[in-house]
Design a protein around this ligand. Structure first.
Ligand code: AP5
Length: 227
């Protein structure tokens, strides 16, 4: 992806947007480009599920039904992750905060640490496009790379081009669960956009373009937004 990214100083960014908006795709690109930590609450919860931890077991039912996992569980998980040494200065939060109480909890964590968010980015994509993206998504079970059967295909439909791992369909990418996730997004996460709009920190990007064009807009936003 050709666009340069050269923000100076720390990046503590929140990526917001509906399921399938491309948050994970853009966060992975940016984290690789800048060498900073990508904190995806969805990926972390799926790892807990795969490992059968107490948190994973508690989260599993909610995730399968397309509902959000309770705030207190997710907040604790994020607080622990961003307090590790590799996240001391910079990180991208992908999929968190997803409710207004989570946004308030993040503010408190940052305040305690004497830090602030540097960027809040929202990726907007129309509903029909979200459904096309989610129902045809494939994810690598080994390295986590994100593919799409039509828009970003791996050479073999069931094998990852990047690491050779098996490509899988997420159990929450079935149409009926996708519908539920979109309802949950409208009910609980759209108010988070208003929360950041009221603070004047929200940057809105048209996510319904090619990944390259979206990344170019993201790069510009990172360079422009004051920290
Ligand atoms: P999570 O894994 O965070 O899912 P999500 O927010 O629903 O987002 P997605 O991962 O589905 O989409 P994305 O925006 O990352 O898009 P992607 O880049 O993959 O959460 C899963 C569940 O965990 C939740 O339902 C909830 O239960 C729980 N959870 C997580 N966080 C929580 C929290 N904070 N609180 C409570 N519960 C929480 O792209 C999608 C597809 O489109 C891919 O195939 C990709 O290749 C393709 N694509 C990407 N960009 C483009 C483009 N520009 N053009 C064409 N195709 C594209």
């Amino acid at each position: 992806m050709g666009a340069p990214v050269s923000p100076e100083g720390a990046i503590r960014a929140v990526f917001l947007g509906p399921p399938g908006a491309g948050k994970g795709t853009q966060a992975k690109l940016l984290a690789e480009r800048l060498g900073i930590v990508h904190v995806s609450t969805g990926d972390m919860l799926r790892e807990h599920r795969a490992e059968g931890t107490k948190l994973g077991l508690e989260a599993a039912g909610h995730m399968k039904r397309g509902e959000l996992v309770p705030d207190d569980l997710v907040v604790k998980m994020v607080e622990e992750r961003i307090s590790r040494p590799d996240a001391a200065e910079s990180w991208i939060l992908d999929g968190f905060p997803r409710t207004v109480p989570q946004a308030r909890a993040l503010d408190s964590m940052l305040e305690k640490a004497g830090k602030t968010l540097t960027h809040v980015v929202y990726f907007g994509v129309p509903r029909g496009e979200l459904i096309r993206r989610l129902t045809r998504r494939r994810t690598c079970g080994s390295c986590g790379a994100i593919w799409h059967l039509d828009f970003h295909p791996s050479r073999e439909p069931d094998r990852c081009d990047r690491c050779g791992g098996p490509l899988e369909q997420r159990d929450d990418d079935r149409l009926e669960v996708v519908e539920r996730r979109l309802q949950e997004y409208a009910r609980l996460t759209e108010p988070v956009l208003d929360y950041y709009r009221a603070k004047g920190t929200l940057v809105e990007i048209d996510g319904a373009r090619s990944p390259e064009d979206v990344f170019a807009s993201l790069s510009e936003a990172l360079e422009r937004t004051p920290s």
